[in-house]
Structure formats: structure tokens, C-alpha cells
Ligand binder design. Sequence first.
Ligand code: ADP
Length: 164
Amino acid sequence: MNSIAICPGSFDPITIGHINIISRTAKMFDKVIVVVMINKKKNSGLFTLEERVNFIRKCTSDIPNVEVDFYDGLLADYAVSKGAVAIVKGLRVLSDYEDEFKQALTNKKLAKNVETIFMVTDTEYMFLSSSVVKEVCSFGGDISDFVPAQIKQDIIDRIRERCV
Ligand code: ADP
């Protein structure tokens, strides 16, 4: 049987911290589906869902067992519909944990055969989030160490458009 894992997130935009989690997950499962979802707790995004999906495709094209998708429903339903055995979430700091723990328990209740697995970030990415990227970029800071080179200019251009 092929093991399928889901890596969900807003990915607005994808960072090298996300790539780290996705590529490590891809070594553990036969297939990884990275799914872009709407996080209702966050403001409307910098990029459309389609743009985020395209960015992730570009940045993961060298990992053969990664697929990219988007979904605007319940993650548990999506995971079941794909036959996934696991949802993999990255943990940076302790403050990530409380919300992730609640989400994991909810998803377990909704989809009892899908396990949530927490993967601890590599230390160099502990500080990194899509919000940090947007904030640094909006003040003209260098984001080269934060995002894949393929999408850096798209991010700079979009932030500039928004700032004028
Ligand atoms: P969400 O809106 O669900 O927080 P994000 O796009 O911010 O979505 O993150 C998606 C997933 O990637 C989450 O599990 C998050 O904890 C994880 N993640 C984000 N940045 C990092 C990082 N620098 N290191 C490890 N995991 C990360």
C-alpha cells in the first residue's frame, strides 16, 4: 500500500521553513500532498490560492513524490478523500503547540484513521514564517535566506504593488 501524507497550510507565501518540512516528509512517505487551505484566523492573503499553488509547484519540482493542491473545506475530509494516513505539521516554538494540539484532536475526532505527526523544525528555521517574510520585505529587507530563489522577485513585486 502506498502511504500518503498531507502537509497543509496557508503558504502565503511558501518559505524555506515549509520546504524543509515538506522535503523531510517526502523521505518518510510514498507520496506527500501539499494542500493550500484558507486559514480563517488570518487576514486575506498577499497571494491568491492559485498563485500559492504555483509557487509551491515551482519550489518542489525537484521532489518527485510531492503533489500540490488546494482545498476550501475541512482538512479531515480532504485527508480521508485522498486516503492519507497522516497529516504532518511543522512545530517551531512552544507557542505553535497549543493551537496545533487542538487541531490535531479535532481532526482525530473527525477522521479516526488519520494520524497527526508533528515534525520539529530544523533550528535555522525556528524564527521563520510567511508573516516574517512579508514584514521584512515590506521594510525593504533582504529575504534571500527566507524564501526559495525562484519566487523571491514575485514576493518583492507584490509587496511593492501593495505599498504604493
Ligand atoms: P497555517 O496558516 O496553518 O499556520 P502556515 O502556512 O503558516 O499555515 O504553515 C503551514 C505549516 O508549516 C504549519 O504546520 C506550520 O507550523 C509549519 N511551518 C511554518 N513555518 C515553519 C518553519 N519555519 N519550520 C517548521 N515548520 C513551519
